[in-house]
Design a protein around this ligand. Structure first.
Ligand code: XMP
Length: 516
């Protein structure tokens, strides 16, 4: 593809996706690779720069993550962040140690002083807040480097070797708490790496359509369509590439929101694409009966989706010369686990059984390197209407991961009704445009209540609302009490089986958006 690339070498830090997000925001394409990736593989990507991420380890301990030190003779500029900075310093002859007293160990917002003659701090104020999170510090910096930032507690906050294009910062420029953090990353990309800002959705769209045409040749594609933003955008992209050789299969697994199946069908019936709806509620509920463990639910659903697609491929005479396509996006790939990172959640479309994959010539995932807001932008490029592009996400496993504990049709119906009321009241209050995602969760907690003159022993429903742009970090939405009050009394009065409502006030991290 005709664009520059920056590689992010992942040492296991919690903000690594955010670094990638920030680089893309600067108009530069980037990819995240685990630190275990062989150097030759990184070199083959011909990057204009490297970013070493943070990570939880101490670089001076045996067994801590390291990359081949030859990386420093390659001639590509490097920005090291937190652990990445310590790794660079340690490897090039500096000394990293555990901070012995609290003054050099820094967490949180810290006043920091910058040398603005350094390219990465160019055009910034000389003083600002940076976000620190480190117990180790650079006691001595390597030869050839100079100090370019300090704080009151720590003399060595940022280092630079301008000749080699190596920069290291002890704090996290990628988090919003660091004032001008984005500008520092931008400076590294444009002033040090020579970025030209050639990553735009217009370019991506053109080159991807071209690449898909070549890869698919004269073949056909069966698209796994959920009706959500990602798969709808992919439908438009594939329709642009191959026209009516595309068949979109929408599987209603019985765990959709109220009326959702009909709405998806109505929306796609208006399009000039081959659209097929499969009603598979029984099939999914039988497989899920008695299963409570979240990862097991996800795995069962992912596999069953695969089997439905395989059956539909038979029905439509799609051969092994044809392709299956899925709207997987980058966070699905990263959060489903890559390299050494912890698996947070296995996203359903990463769980196709091997025999299903083998049934097709290949599986196409053209959005797998895009973030959610990039997918939305791509949708606009392709002319999708705004209501479709801005729909709030709905996870592939649907209500299965919003019913805590085992799943039954009765619980799904109860949740569907309650969720519909919540959504309706949010729309009535005009909050559907400002709250990024909101939904109800049926917990498996039952509690005692009193209704009329009788005792109840019913389920607790949790309401969740978040604001976010990238869905990788999120804050809980400050929904006005009056709206919550209305939702609560409507649900309690009309949905049998629920006698208590709570509101979830946790951000991501430490929680995730969905409960499972
Ligand atoms: P979490 O719960 O991980 O969710 O904070 C982040 C975003 O991803 C959605 N989500 C999924 N989407 N398949 C999907 O297509 C999945 O398996 C899945 N799990 C979570 C979630 O709704 C939120 O928008």
């Amino acid at each position: 593809m005709a664009h520059q690339t920056v590689l992010i070498v992942d040492f296991g830090g919690q903000y690594n996706q955010l670094i990638a997000r920030r680089v893309r925001e600067c108009g530069v394409y980037c990819e995240v690779h685990p630190y275990t990736t062989p150097l030759a593989e990184l070199k083959a990507k011909d990057p204009i720069g490297l970013i070493f991420t943070g990570g939880p380890d101490s670089v001076y301990l045996d067994g801590s993550p390291k990359v081949d030190p030859e990386i420093f003779t390659w001639g590509v500029p490097i920005l090291g962040i937190c652990y990445g900075c310590q790794f660079m310093s340690h490897t090039l002859g500096g000394r990293v140690t555990e901070a012995q007293d609290d003054s050099a160990r820094e967490y949180g917002k810290t006043v920091t002083y910058y040398d603005t003659s350094c390219p990465i701090f160019q055009g910034l104020p000389e003083q600002g807040i940076s976000w620190m999170s480190h117990g180790d510090y650079m006691a001595a910096i390597p030869e050839g480097f100079k100090l370019v930032a300090h704080s009151d507690a720590c003399p060595n906050v940022a280092i630079a070797d301008e000749k080699r294009g190596f920069y290291g910062v002890q704090y996290h420029p990628e988090v919003n708490h660091t004032e001008n953090g984005l500008k520092m990353i931008r400076n590294f990309l444009y002033e040090v790496c020579g970025a030209v800002g050639d990553w735009t959705m217009g370019n991506f769209c053109k080159t991807t359509v071209e690449r898909l045409r070549q890869e698919i040749g004269g073949g056909r594609v069966l698209l796994a369509l959920s009706g959500g933003v990602d798969s709808s955008v992919l439908a438009a992209l594939l329709a642009e590439a191959i026209g009516d050789r595309l068949t979109c299969v929408f599987v209603d697994h019985g765990l959709m929101r109220k009326n959702e199946g009909d709405e998806v069908e109505a929306a796609f019936s208006k399009w000039k694409v081959n659209f097929v709806r499969v009603n598979a509620e029984d099939r999914f509920l039988i497989k899920l009966a008695g299963v409570s463990e979240p990862e097991s639910k996800r795995k069962i659903i992912g596999a069953e989706f695969g089997y439905v697609f395989r059956d539909e491929a038979e029905r439509f005479h799609i051969t092994n010369e044809d392709f299956l396509a899925q709207g997987t996006i980058y966070p699905d790939v990263i959060e489903s686990g890559k390299g050494d990172a912890d698996v947070i959640k296995s996203h359903h479309n990463r769980l196709l059984p091997p025999e299903v994959v083998a049934r097709f010539k290949g599986v196409l995932e053209p959005l797998s390197l895009l973030f959610k807001d990039e997918v939305r932008q791509l949708g606009r490029e392709l002319g999708l209407p705004e209501y479709m592009v801005m729909r709030q996400p709905f996870p592939g496993p649907g209500l299965a991961i919003r019913i805590i504990g085992d799943i039954t049709k009765e619980k799904a119906d109860m949740l569907r009704e309650a969720d519909a009321i919540f959504r309706e009241e949010m729309a009535n209050a005009g909050l559907d445009r400002t709250v990024s995602q909101y939904f109800a969760v049926l917990t498996n907690v039952r509690s005692v209540g009193v209704m009329g003159d009788g005792r109840t022993y019913d389920y607790t429903l949790a309401l969740r609302g978040v604001t976010t742009t990238d869905f990788m970090t999120a804050d809980w939405a400050r929904i006005p009490y009056e709206v919550l009050d209305k939702v609560s009394s409507r649900i309690i009065n009309t949905v049998r089986g629920i006698n208590r409502i709570v509101y979830d006030i946790t951000s991501k991290p430490p929680a995730t958006i969905e409960w499972e």
